[in-house]
Design a protein around this ligand. Structure first.
Ligand code: PXP
Length: 236
């Protein structure tokens, strides 16, 4: 069964709109856990637009769920991650002006920098994932720099017009299979929702999906626990 990592960044987005204590990020994490989440994902961005340092420590200590920390491969955040010791880190590209993570990481173009970061985490037994586009060159680079896992960027599939979706699924499946052959664990994420997740699931190659926005949006109306449970049903 595919595991579900629930990205709760947007609970913090709402809290930061007023910079008050609500909605409580730990309460959200516990609701996700009640709904069947297998893990939590948060992105500690350099601009701290949603998740704050204290949230990461709080979730690690108190949620009772494995924590996947998304992050740019920069010293400031690497040092915080080494202190938090999450179950896994997922390195992503980060631009200040973007609304959300846009493309995948250019692992092939930054092998030395990424290998150095990967080694720091592996020494601490922290699983390292690289968020990459479904591109064989990037998959080979991920294996070469010693990553444990790749998270395949599903954004292009999610945004594709209906008649192009099948083509994207084929590309995603082919690259995921190549990653498995390289000995990598293969996850997927970005833009997955209740209507498009099943086709990715049916490729039968993924260990885990990391899903945020669609679950939080549904949760506004149903409560987060129900929204997570509804997604788990689709993955079951
Ligand atoms: N995986 C990664 C690496 C991401 O950057 C994001 C967005 O923060 C997600 C998964 C979740 O994407 P979405 O919020 O579109 O479900």
């Amino acid at each position: 069964m595919i595991k579900l990592g629930v990205n709760i960044d947007h609970i913090a987005t709402l809290r930061q709109a007023r910079k008050e204590g609500v909605p409580d990020i730990l309460k959200a994490a516990l609701a996700a856990k009640e709904g069947g989440a297998d893990g939590l994902t948060v992105h500690l961005r350099q601009d701290r637009r949603h998740i704050q340092d204290r949230d990461v420590f709080n979730l690690k200590e108190n949620s009772g769920l494995p924590l996947n920390l998304e992050m740019a491969a920069v010293d400031e955040i690497i040092n915080i991650a080494l202190e938090v010791k999450p179950s896994s880190v997922c390195m992503v590209p980060e631009k200040r002006e973007e609304l959300t993570t846009e493309g995948g990481l250019d692992a092939a173009g930054n092998k030395e920098k990424i290998r150095t970061a990967v080694n720091k985490f592996r020494k601490e037994d922290i699983e390292v994932s690289l968020f990459i586009d479904p591109d064989i060159k990037q998959i080979k680079a991920a294996a070469e720099v010693g990553a444990d896992t790749v998270e395949i960027h599903t954004g292009a599939y999610a945004n594709a017009l209906p008649d192009k979706k099948e083509e994207h699924i084929k590309i995603i499946a082919r690259s995921a299979e190549a990653a498995l052959k390289e000995g990598l664990k293969v996850n997927a994420g970005h833009g997955l929702d209740y209507s498009n997740v099943s086709a990715v699931k049916e490729t039968d190659v993924f260990s885990e999906f990391n899903i945020g926005y669609s679950i939080i949006c549904r949760g506004v109306f149903t409560g987060l626990e129900v929204a997570v449970r509804d997604m788990k049903i689709l993955l079951g």
